[in-house]
Design a binder for this molecule. Structure first.
Ligand code: GTP
Ligand code: MG
Length: 202
């Protein structure tokens, strides 16, 4: 799939105020600084579309980007950002979980995980929560340009082993680098397949 057109549309904290035109959407979540906004920019080929930062806690709202006037990419705030107050973090968690649980047009959530790390409790808990709430999700291991392929292989195997403790089946898993563009085609194809099946079902 080719992205010809990607425009920022609106930011919200309340899912009720998100676009109501019924177009399918795909959201990106994961710990602060894992590379959600960078991945959106990489997929759309526009480095300035979503705001990124080397300091965690950059994205604070639910941001809708309209793609090819047909569907949305949604940039979400990160979880697990230690430097915001407990009260502030709870507020984030509420509006993000409300969005994830109630957004009817949300077709898939990409849960981003830093490929350099061993399984982290907070990510495993979040994945398990998505499973329990029946939120459709897939996993993207980010920043693969920062490690060797052998370390990547080991880390992926450890993650799969950890998740298999809880689940019989693992959702689709992707690897990405927003630096090199690795993963772009596979992730966009996955979205395209869902969009096509939605159109066929209409
Ligand atoms: P929050 O909005 O704060 O939750 O962060 P985020 O998950 O949106 O992360 P963001 O895209 O802002 O990226 C965080 C930092 O990681 C930035 O300095 C990016 O340049 C860097 N980064 C993101 N993806 C990659 C990647 O694939 N490779 C490398 N080397 N750096 C990356
Ligand atoms: Mg961000």
């Amino acid at each position: 799939m080719i992205i010809k057109d990607a425009v920022f549309l609106v930011s919200n904290t309340d899912h009720h105020q998100c676009p109501d035109d019924g177009k399918p959407e795909y959201a990106f979540i994961g710990r602060s600084n894992v590379g959600k906004s960078s991945l959106i920019n990489m997929l759309t080929g526009n480095k300035k579309l979503a705001k990124t930062s080397s300091t965690p806690g950059k994205t604070q709202l639910i941001n809708h980007f309209e793609i090819n006037k047909d569907w949305y990419l949604v940039d979400l705030p990160g979880y697990g950002y230690a430097r915001v107050s407990k009260k502030e973090r709870a507020k984030f968690e509420i509006f993000i979980s409300e969005y994830l649980m109630n957004r009817k047009t949300l077709m898939n959530v990409f849960v981003l995980i830093d490929s350099r790390l061993e399984p982290q409790k907070i990510d495993v808990e979040f994945i398990n929560w998505c499973g329990e709430k029946q939120i459709p999700f897939s996993i993207v291991f980010t920043k693969i340009d920062k490690i060797s392929s052998s370390v990547l292989g080991k880390n992926l195997a450890k993650y799969k082993k950890e998740l298999m403790k809880y689940w019989d089946e693992i959702p689709p898993v992707y690897t990405s680098s927003s630096e090199s563009g690795f993963g772009k085609e596979k992730i966009l194809n996955y979205i395209d397949q869902i969009n096509i099946s939605l159109k066929q079902a209409q």
